[in-house]
Design a protein. Structure first.
Length: 244
């Protein structure tokens, strides 16, 4: 079932959207009225897609939240707005939404918008590659990762890995120089690496502990880049880093 996060600061509108979604056969992961209140739902409820009102009265905007979701949570977003002017649309495009629905909208607009967004997002994920090539098969030798591509082997040292990103049945290896997509799930990659330096900190990613530069609340930084830490994994992370 597709589970939807609703971010809407008008409570009656949010409840109306929730009821309409359920009548269409969708699940609702949660309702949030602000950027800050959406974060726990994203971290703990693992929604499939997010419906974001652009103009939130409290704190950061829906566009700010859309940027965060697009960058950190690997789910598609659809913006909802009462404004359809060119400036609003241009500002929304920065967050790479999979849809833009103008209020008021019909049930069919919502239904088709969500289904098309999910299809488009899954198609993009399926064909995501590095340098327009899909890397297949993977070997783990001592402290190296060898990725096979059409008979050639590309070597990545364990020490070069900054973090690992889960993409359905694939794992993206991030280093300071490149991203490599492997035909293996994150759980399997971590088991094969068998290294105490790598720790899963979210359902979508694992981090190299020796590359962490600082921690702020539920964010860990690798230099200027940051990752979200799920509450489920935060205690283990602090223990691994000897923080009590």
């Amino acid at each position: 079932m597709i589970n939807v996060l609703i971010v809407e600061d008008e409570y009656t509108i949010a409840l109306d959207i929730e009821e309409r979604l359920k009548n269409m056969g969708f699940g609702v992961a949660g309702i949030a009225a602000s950027y800050e209140k959406a974060l726990p739902i994203l971290l703990e409820k693992a929604p499939s897609i997010a419906l974001l009102d652009i103009n939130l009265h409290e704190g950061k905007s829906g566009i700010d939240l859309g940027k965060l979701i697009n960058d950190k949570f690997n789910i598609p977003i659809i913006f909802l707005s009462a404004y359809s002017d060119a400036l609003t649309f241009k500002e929304a495009q920065v967050a790479n939404p999979m849809g833009f629905i103008v209020k008021p909208f019909k049930d069919v607009d919502l239904d088709h918008g969500i289904k098309l967004a999910m299809q488009r997002y899954n198609d993009i994920k399926e064909w995501r590659t590095i340098d327009n090539q899909t890397y297949e098969n993977i070997d783990y030798v001592d402290k190296n990762i060898f990725i096979r591509n059409k008979g050639k082997l590309i070597r990545i040292l364990h020490d070069e890995v900054l973090w690992l990103e889960a993409m359905e049945n694939y794992t993206v290896v991030h280093t300071s120089k490149l991203k490599a997509t492997m035909n293996s799930g994150l759980k399997n990659v971590l088991e094969k690496l068998n290294s105490k330096n790598f720790l899963r900190v979210h359902r979508s990613h694992a981090v190299a502990l020796d590359k962490i530069s600082k921690i702020e609340d539920n964010l860990i930084y690798i230099n200027d880049f940051y990752l979200v830490v799920s509450r489920t994994y935060k205690k283990e992370l602090l223990q691994k880093l000897n923080i009590f």
